[in-house]
Every structure is written in C-alpha cells, then in structure tokens.
Design a protein around this ligand. Structure first.
Ligand SMILES: [Zn+2]
Length: 421
C-alpha cells in the first residue's frame, strides 16, 4: 500500500489486509473441513499441499527455504547483514481434524504478508527475517502437541518424535518421509535473535473487552493431577448410610475443593476436573473407586505450586474423613512461561503507535512460542476470535482483526530487525 506519491514512511506503513485475507482463504481451500473450516492434519497429503503452496508464495516473495529433520519450514528474507541472528516469525499450518481456518495459519501467513509488504515498500532490515511453519503443533494426529518446536527447543528428542504413532499405528517419522518433507538440518541448529508468534486468542477476553490486540505477557503453567480414591462397592439400597465408603462422594468433595482453591488464587488461576470415572459405574452400586484428573493452571509459578500443595492437603483430609484410600499422581506439567520483557514492550509499543486498542493478556493454551521461549527471546501477539471459539470449524475472526494483528507484527518485527535508513 502506498499514498498518492507512491511513497510511504516506515512510521505509518501498514500491511495489505485484503491480500492477507485472500491468502488465508486460499490456504483454507486445501484440506477443507465439512463445515467451512479446515482439516489439514499434520503429515497428511493436505499438509504437503499446504506446505507447497506456502513455499511457492514465499519464493515468489524472494525468500529462500530451509527445512529441518522434523519438517519445520524456515523461509528466509535476507537482511543487509546476513551474518546477524535472524528475527523469527512462526506458528503452524497444521489443523485439528475439525479445525478452524485461523488457528496457527494466521501467524504463518501474517509473517508472509509482512515480508510482501516490506518488499513492496522497499524497506530493508539489517537482520534477516525467517517465517517458520512448525510441524505438528496441534498434536491431534500425533500426540503430544507442539512436537517439532519441542524438539527444536530440546524439550523432547528427535527419536521420541519420530516414534509417535497415529490412531492407525503410522509413525510420525514414516509419514514425514512419505510426504517428502524431511529436511536435512538438525533441529535446534539455528540462532534466534527474537521470535514472534501472532495467534488468535482461542478465548473470549479480547472480544468481550472490545480490544483489537492482546499483548501476551505470560503463558500459563499447568499441573494435571490424577486422583484415585478407593472405597468399597456396596448395594445402594441395603447399605446403611453410616456404613458406606463412597468414592463418588469423595470425588464430589474434591471437585468442590478444586473450584474453591482456584477461586482463592485469583487473578488468572483456573482449576477444573474434566475427566472422571466411577467404578463399577452401575446404577445400584455405591462406587468403590473413583479416578479423575484435576487440571490447575496459572501464569504464576508460586500460585501454581500453592494450588497443588493445597489440593494435596485438602484431598487427603477429605479421603481421611470418608475412610477412603487416596493416591495422587502427577500426569502432566508445564512451568509458566514469561515472555521476553523487551519484546513485550515492542509489541505494546507497536499497538500504541498504530492506535489499536490493546491489553495485556495471558495465553491459556500451549503454543510453539512457549517452547521457543526456552531457547530464545520470544513473545506472542493475540487477535480476538468470535465468541472465543476455536478447535471448531466455526472458528471466526474479522479481516480487520487479522489486519490489525499483522500490522502490529510488522512494526514489532521491524523494531527487532532494525530498518536500514
Ligand atoms: Zn494454534
């Protein structure tokens, strides 16, 4: 975009929102869902087709490609000083089986749009800029999520990733070879000056607050605690109340405690039980066993730790009162992520300079940026999504939200990559 004189200064430049929207639409034609969304699961033929389209677009924009042994694509726009560590923009093109068009895809294609825009405007940066498509962020076909960025950051090994199997028993490594996207670079063998991820919020806060931009300061940490309560199976009709050892009752009291403990650790802490099984799960048997999983999250490590230890104490008291046996097994954990303060400032500054309404926000979901933050200065930018709905074909954003997010990405990345004047 340019003004009447064909010139635009770096200070007031914006991306081409229509071109971004059109690219999002074209990518959504590949691996279409059944209800207007996308089904471009990782390492499928549709994934390969989406990758090829993205590669072509990037090469048309003068970028060169590197691919690592996990299939992550690194599309490089050269800087005037090629030896400087590049600024990275990254997210993912893979989707859930009944996924939306924007989860991940926005962050990758906004990176491309940013490069297209600065080329149009003749803007050069000292540092190279690399737009990245991380393989298998979703973890829908091959668990766990954020697999290739996890290998890049050294959280899991390459062998572990290659051995992951889908529901049909196909291995990640074999499928990566089959679609022809295994590169030669060792994962993690890149120096990153800074990494930016633009992503839809996947939650309702920005829309409810009427903000265009979320400046992401933290990613939530998480504990999954699996609780097993052991009582005694007994007839629901003939067992007097005083003689019952009811694991179901213990579970109910612990679920109440989870809710109360999360409420007592506000702001931002959350807790719930999403998965629960009673045994033998029969209408007329007092449950002799309950197995359920508690999910506690907080961006604050102290609060996360405190919620876990409070729960352990209270659950033991509840079990003791009811005569139940109790075991608590941690089955999942991430530490909270604190994004880089300098980069957070660049994102906030870009939103303010462009006049976009913005607020600080915590990422409730996991993202590639959460792993990359372990090895490089990293930050996220969030756009609202309608009704907070995601991982759903009905996921929706407006073209104005996409453009605003991409504009903020543009200015924040240029700030980090340093415009040559
Ligand atoms: Zn995502």
């Amino acid at each position: 975009m340019s003004d009447a004189s064909g010139m635009m200064t770096a200070a007031n430049m914006t991306v081409d929102g229509d071109r971004l929207w059109d690219s999002l639409d074209q990518m959504a034609q590949i691996g279409p869902g059944i209800a207007g969304g996308s089904n471009r699961q990782t390492l499928t033929d549709a994934d390969a087709e989406g990758r090829t389209l993205f590669q072509r677009w990037c090469e048309d924009a003068g970028m060169t490609m590197g691919v690592d042994r996990m299939g992550s694509m690194f599309m490089r726009h050269e800087g005037t000083e090629p030896d400087l560590d590049p600024v990275y923009i990254g997210s993912h093109l893979d989707t859930q089986p009944t996924g939306g068009r924007y989860d991940g895809v926005l962050g990758v294609l906004a990176g491309l749009e940013m490069i297209r825009s600065i080329r149009d405007l003749g803007i050069r940066t000292r540092r190279p800029i690399v737009v990245t498509n991380w393989t298998n962020e979703e973890g829908a076909r091959f668990a766990p999520a954020m697999l290739a960025s996890g290998v890049f950051a050294g959280v899991v090994t390459e062998d572990y990733a290659n051995s992951r199997q889908d529901a049909d028993g196909k291995r990640f490594g074999d499928e990566l070879d089959r679609i022809g996207w295994r590169g030669t670079e060792a994962p993690g063998d890149r120096k990153i000056h800074a990494m930016f991820e633009l992503h839809i919020e996947q939650g309702p806060i920005l829309e409810a607050e009427g903000k265009q931009i979320g400046v992401v300061t933290h990613g939530q940490g998480l504990w999954w605690l699996q609780v097993t309560l052991t009582g005694k199976d007994a007839h629901t009709g003939s067992t007097p109340m005083a003689m019952r050892v009811n694991a179901g009752l213990g579970m109910a009291r612990i679920i109440e405690a989870v809710d109360r403990i999360a409420m007592e650790h506000q702001p931002d802490a959350v807790g719930a039980v999403g998965q629960a099984n009673l045994f033998p799960n029969s209408r007329n048997v007092i449950p002799g066993k309950a197995v359920f999983c508690i999910d506690f999250r907080s961006p604050d490590l102290d609060k996360l730790t405190s919620m876990r230890s409070r729960l352990e104490v209270e659950a033991a008291e509840i079990a003791n009162e009811l005569g139940l046996g109790i075991e608590i097994e941690p089955v999942g954990h991430f530490d909270p992520v604190t994004f880089d303060a300098d980069l957070v400032g660049k994102v906030r500054g870009a939103a303010a300079k462009l006049g976009y309404s913005h607020m600080d926000i915590v990422s409730g979901a996991g993202h590639d940026a959460c792993w990359i933050a372990k090895v490089a200065p990293t930050v996220m930018i969030m756009c609202p999504c309608e009704g907070g709905l995601s991982h759903n074909e009905a996921e929706a954003i407006t073209s104005d939200w996409a453009r605003a997010g991409c504009d903020v990405l543009l200015h924040a990345v240029l700030d980090a990559a340093e415009i040559v004047r």
